[in-house]
Design a protein around this ligand. Structure first.
Ligand code: MG
Length: 383
């Protein structure tokens, strides 16, 4: 059985790509179109590839695809999606036993999904990948402003591609389209031509890249930027003396002693700030906030941390998470941990679930263990 894949990239979709058709945008160093073509090139059920491009791109040779393992031809598309598929179909109709149609804008279809769609169509004549609806489905009333009905979602599925057809079925669908029928996918034309189309379990990650939000998600799925994580570490220690307030991440902790220091001696903020700056290779707090400069005298730790956060953000990083260990013989910081986490989350600007704070004692050993000092270690991860 000779199986041909028609990958449709006929649309211009320029709203996403600053003048570039969306199928030519890059995801993790590879165009969206190339990723889609690769999925079918890898799938052993498929024997031949047809890529349908907008006529200007097809003619200009502007689109470069890596050499495929399988025969690959480029065909000029038409005005509508169905015209593009029809052009691709004309190119292969004489030799294909089964045709699988796929939107180039869905670059994450798995080989398993392609294979099961082809297998279902080989058995039933036509098949398409669908996703069940998880949200409750409302149909609007005629006025469009109120609910008209709540539909039973068990019977509703969202159509994806791939969609596969025995050649005779797709021939009927294409002919119906040429006689004036309109549809947004080939399965709908096959249905209108009287064929039964089998439902095949689709994949949530097989998303269609249409909006900016889709593109953001696609960049995550492609692993783009995953290699750009940066870890940083920070450490701080202050002597504890009588008559100073004990402040950690801006949270006042009742105690008879507090850190001696040029600033408020907020060891958590100082350690976290150094971890952030360290991850960005942007120096340390001593360099950004020198203690010889009177403007930083008594500067609250939270203020220094906010400034350090701004430095790493301006360098293009986002903060993934922060983990802190505070080493202190007395008092217990456990009762204050939630307030400290919330304060750090607010200043660093990330969810509190990404901030961890743990307290330790030093088991009576050394200056920290004798209660003469407080120390903190912090680790931060940036992307
Ligand atoms: Mg300090």
């Amino acid at each position: 059985m000779h199986v041909v894949a028609i990958i449709t990239a006929g649309g211009q979709g320029r709203r996403l790509g600053a003048g570039r058709p969306k199928q030519l945008l890059e995801l993790g160093g590879c165009t969206i179109l190339q990723r889609s073509v690769d999925a079918f090139d890898r799938c052993d059920r498929v024997h031949e590839l047809v890529v349908v491009l907008p006529p200007d791109l097809a003619a200009a040779g502007e689109v470069t695809l890596r050499p495929a393992r399988k025969p690959l031809s480029i065909v000029a598309g038409g005005t509508r999606r169905q015209d593009s598929v029809a052009n691709g179909f004309d190119h292969v109709a004489d030799r294909a036993d089964l045709v699988v149609v796929h939107d180039a804008a869905r670059p994450f279809a798995s080989e398993a999904l392609i294979a099961r769609t082809i297998d279902a169509a080989a058995e039933s004549g036509a098949a398409l990948a669908v996703l069940p609806v998880r949200d409750t489905v409302k149909q609007a009333a005629a006025d469009g402003a109120f609910v008209g009905a709540t539909l039973p979602r068990e019977t509703i599925f969202l159509a994806q591609t791939p969609q596969a057809f025995r050649t005779g079925v797709l021939r009927d669908a294409v002919a119906l389209g040429r006689r004036g029928a309109e549809a947004t996918d080939e399965a709908a034309l096959a249905e209108q031509a009287g064929h039964r189309v089998r439902l095949v379990e689709g994949e949530a990650r097989n998303l269609k890249i249409t909006t900016e939000d889709d593109l953001v998600l696609a960049r995550v799925l492609s692993g783009e930027g995953a290699g750009a994580s940066r870890a940083g570490t920070g450490y701080d220690l202050h002597r504890l003396v009588e008559g100073r307030p004990l402040v950690l991440a801006g949270v006042r902790i009742p105690f008879d002693r507090g850190p001696l220091g040029h600033s408020d001696g907020d060891v958590i903020c100082h350690a976290v700030a150094d971890a952030l700056l360290g991850a960005a290779a942007a120096g340390d707090i001593g360099q950004h906030f020198p203690d010889t400069d009177p403007q930083w005298k008594d500067a609250p730790g939270l203020y220094l941390l906010a400034r350090a956060t701004a430095v790493v953000r301006e360098a293009g990083f986002t903060v993934e998470n922060v983990d802190v260990v505070v080493i202190l013989e007395r008092p217990k910081i456990r009762p204050h941990v939630e307030a400290i986490r919330a304060a750090l989350a607010g200043v660093v600007g990330i969810d509190v679930g990404r901030i961890s704070v743990k307290g330790k004692t030093n088991e009576g050993v050394d200056a920290v263990g004798r209660g003469e000092a407080i120390a903190a270690h912090a680790v931060a991860l940036l992307r």
